[in-house]
Design a protein around this ligand. Sequence first.
Ligand code: SF4
Length: 510
Amino acid sequence: MKLESPGPALGRRVVRRGREHYYPHVTDAEWHDWRWQFRHRVTSLADLARFLTIPPEEWKAREQVLSDFRMGITPYYLSLIDADDPRDPLLRQVVPLAEENLFRAVGDEDPLGEEKFSPVPGITHRYPDRVLMVLSNNCAIYCRYCTRKRTMYDGATPDVEIDRMVDYIARTPSVRDVVVSGGDPLNFATAKLDAILTKLRAIPHLEIIRIGTRVPVALPQRIDDELCEMLAKHHPLWINVHFNHPNELTPDAARACDKLSRAGVPLNNQAVLLKGVNDDVATIKALCHGLMRMRVRPYYLYQCDPVRGAEHFRTPISKGIEIIEGLRGHTSGLAVPTYVIDAPGGGGKIPVQPDYLLQYDREQGRALLRNFQGKLYEYLEPRANEDVLVPVAPPIPASAQTPPIVLAGSNRKRAEPESNGKAQSANGNGHASSSPGATNGATNGASNGATNGASNGAANGAGNGAMNGAGNGAASSAKNGSAPVVGKSKWVHRGSTKAERAARAKKRTS
Ligand code: SF4
């Protein structure tokens, strides 16, 4: 029996979107012509009001927002937006909203300090071996959270300036990798982009060219055979795309990515974590799975930069950690992006992830690890050549109980101390595992380790943090004979002390 869609009669509303809804009279030839798409971008509020409802009381606020940062929406991208949903995740990315006006003055013009690291206009040279090259101030769509919105009014980058950027790279032998970005480099005419890439390829020390683009997301029609053939001449060439939401993974976008892949271009995705757009595990998981099906590797999940006018998009860091926690172990590792915070002022990308390494004692060669279900495992490192096997050190008295561990990024408790000496390990699926006598070991170890590790680490550097955490955590729990872990290596342990190792080293050199 064929089931009929219940439709509006049963309360399900008809979603108004798609080319048929917004552009019913546009021909196929026009729709698939990227130049037509580019020329017909929605750029003014009056234009936008032809397609989407703008509440009268919001006009002024939205106009103010537009005076700060331009709007551009391709007909294709507009067609993916639900006309009746003011919270549509794609709409929020490109349409100036009144809430953006609330935070007009909050944030930085240049949150990543790109100007500070700019030896010539258009180049950012922050890392030793790679540079960013901003080729244009033009994008197919303008993302309301764009880190580089300050550059979007500079006028087209003159050829002489592009030549100066190429010249800088040619004069700087340490640069082996260039990220060509924008604005969007794929908005250039194919011949012009070819000429720039040819100049870059002529630089002997430049190994890798990467292009950052949102064109496959916003203007997939642009990825045509001519462009792909041209790009294939300049390998090794990589492309970083920028999909943020599963609704952007359309058949057109998939076709564009497939063409690029067939031209030998590896594709990596750089998503931005955006409140009200993709700030939940299910959305990011669906995005990453969809990208994998399109042969696009989920590469980075960026914390939204504190750029002016984008405060309403920013999430707490715990949200990003929670999302990674919900992916790692719950889907293939290839589908898990690295969550990074671009350090304000130009510190570069800093990866942030849930606390899987709870303690690490380098002296004793022990680590206390947590898996994706919240279960604890002890891992012993290999013996160094000069070490000898010795029995585990004798037990020491257990220290006092400490509060249970709380996972960063969530409110779930991992290890609950119990009066009978058992500790519960709640896993990500709501199951629990227990290990006798874990109270002193796991809780003392993890909490002392995490606390000392974090605080000392912040003050003295990561190394100290890890070492102090280990000293208070895993080592003491193993020594007192308790069993804080689910899995444990059969190795007894290497046990030479610092003094013994020093003595052996002295003997060897004498
Ligand atoms: S496509 Fe990239 S450069 Fe252009 S507005 Fe969006 S985030 Fe900024």
